[in-house]
Write a new protein. Sequence first.
Length: 377
Amino acid sequence: MPFPIVPEAPDLKSNLLGLDRAGLEAFFSALGEKPYRARQLLQWIHQRGVSDFARMTDLSGKLRERLQTVAEIRPPRVIREQISSDGTVKWLLSERGGSAIETVFIPEENRGTLCISSQVGCMLNCTFCSTATQGFKRNLDASEIIGQVWYAVNALADERFGQRRVTNVVFMGMGEPLLNLSAVKPALGLLRDDLAYGLASRRVTISTAGVIPGIDDLAEGEEFALAVSLHAPDDELRSRLVPLNRKYPLADLMAACKRFTGRHHRRSITFEYTMIDGVNDERRLARGVVRLLNGLPCKLNLIPFNPFPGTPFRPSSDEAIYEFQKVTRAAGIITTVRKTRGDDIDAACGQLVGKLLSPSERRRVVQEQLARQAVNA
């Protein structure tokens, strides 16, 4: 039986879904309640998947009635579910204001990886990414980010999915998570909290196109896995593929990565490199990657380009990918090739889309976001 579709509710009450332990303690304190209520609510919401206060039987009847009046637990509403021939699942989820985002679950033999979104669309305009071509609308709030996890965990527990578990979460869906840290951080707290999802730090990966203030911010906090979208070893080519490189060029980005690994010395950084035929897949560029990453604790993940309508790019041949990998491996860099999953339902890397802003509006918003990052740094 499919997991039930949640009807859309008006945005009238506080949505407790995105509050971490500190946030829930502050919420209950404002109600004149003891802080331990936060621990109870965390378990009901995130471990038991309960969204109805009336079912929270270790809360007093009076408190349950009050919560019904002032708050709610509102997960996203499911618009569409698609299942790939390889078992990958993609959900199109409706968020407030009519926004739509996509969330992907990738099953493997010994783990289940959930790829979640942090924004409606993406403002960075990377030329090889379908999400970027759709534009940008807004940041997701913490409840909308963790709501993807809440829905997936409960849906996958159903027998039709073989009662699968989410063992890993990656911020690699729609959007740039380091331009939305105020909402991403509470979600990270819930993913790590033993009273919520209890994931080890190595099982939560944050991907970035290279937002340096965000990398430095993460380096000062709790340890998580970091993935950096590289895609080219020189500024000229990378600026064409990843326009953010004009603001944060490679020398500055590599310095930030060294600061990150210096702070979290037990962790290496994963550099992601989308392989595009005739653009960035030559052996000389592989040698450039070796020079760029020299001395940095890292892994390199080669990602075959996933085509989408209107793109001028094509995926690199298997031979070109192999030759590129051979060069980097010979230099001692652990190099893997990502297996394409879910491409028959447009769920592969770079294929997620939504209802978004125009390119000119996107440029304005990204400048505003970067200015805020600089002020807060």
